[in-house]
Design a protein around this ligand. Structure first.
Ligand code: AR6
Length: 182
């Protein structure tokens, strides 16, 4: 576990399965159809149970554009909320992928604020099936979260990245070293 203090707020890095880590809001790396899938999305729906997809079926409408997010309950997960965020697929880097990824983190944190969540857990959005290079994604993710915690957060006190493998953890650890604390 690694931690960075930003005033009274905290960014933490951990390894493990995000469905096992208690928090107020768990962020999911979803797709714009909110249709479920593999990776962390599959793990969240399996562990949380069918109520999450039932709620998505009610709110889905025309879907959730890349860079945005929607909130549901958390079913059997150890949290009150799941925030389904849609990161970009990597298309080579000239399709606004970093901006869209930062937007997915910000949209998630705004929904967490609205819900009154104090502790939010994130996976490494877009770096699995969507193939966003993890070294770049880690910097984008940490910059977006740190900026939010410094300027917009009122109720969110701590953000934990729950990273599934050591290589992803190492990339986030290196990016955290480059962040300048308050
Ligand atoms: N806990 C934490 N992280 C996990 C877990 C877990 N249980 N399982 C996987 N990861 P991905 P994406 C990591 O592919 O790239 C889905 O089909 C994984 O090792 O889950 O945003 C959706 O429906 C990687 O580091 O998400 C979308 O269609 C990270 O989570 C699409 O994949 C993200 O990998 C989204 O692709």
């Amino acid at each position: 576990m690694r931690e960075l203090a930003l005033g009274s707020r905290r960014i933490r890095l951990a390894t493990g399965d995000i469905t096992k880590v208690p928090s107020d809001a768990i962020v999911n790396a979803a797709n714009s159809d909110l249709a479920g899938g593999g990776g962390v999305d599959g793990a969240i729906h399996r562990a949380g149970g069918p109520s999450i997809m039932e709620e998505l079926d009610r709110i889905r409408g025309s879907g959730c554009p890349t860079g945005s997010a929607v909130r549901t309950g958390a079913g059997r997960l150890p949290a009150q909320h799941v925030i389904h965020a849609v990161g970009p697929r990597w298309k080579g880097g000239l399709a606004q992928e970093p901006e869209l990824l930062a937007s997915a983190y910000r949209a998630s944190l705004r929904l967490a604020e609205e819900a009154g969540a104090k502790h939010v857990t994130f996976p490494s959005i877009s770096t699995g099936v969507y193939r966003f290079p993890v070294e770049l994604a880690a910097g984008v993710a940490l910059d977006a979260v740190a900026a939010f915690l410094k300027s917009e957060a009122r109720r969110v006190e701590a953000v934990t990245f729950v990273l599934f493998d050591e290589a992803t953890f190492a990339a986030y650890e290196a990016a955290l070293e480059r962040l300048i604390p308050l």
